[in-house]
Design a protein around this ligand. Structure first.
Ligand code: SF4
Length: 81
């Protein structure tokens, strides 16, 4: 499974979880198309004290950052991006 397929799969999972809680509508879930914005998000995470490098995860939200950063709707729990 390549990165795009992983993102699509995870996006669908996240959407279903949020939808069950009535927290989001389908049109709210969009892939971040701007590569520069995506890379900026990752760069911020990579120097963050909460970033778990060997797992590529955020210690606070528990998300895989390569996937989370690709979803337009999502943001950093510490409001760094
Ligand atoms: S999402 Fe925010 S808190 Fe988590 S690793 Fe990235 S910058 Fe740090």
């Amino acid at each position: 499974m390549n990165i795009v397929e992983k993102i699509q799969k995870r996006t669908a999972q996240v959407y279903l979880e949020l939808r069950q809680k009535n927290l989001v509508k389908l049109q709210d879930i969009k892939i971040l198309e701007d590569d520069e914005a995506y890379n900026t998000r990752l760069k911020i995470c990579y120097v963050c004290e909460q970033f778990i490098k060997d797992k590529n995860k955020c210690n606070i939200c528990g998300c895989n950052m390569k996937l989370k950063a690709k979803i337009h709707l999502f943001n950093c729990p510490l409001e760094k991006w």
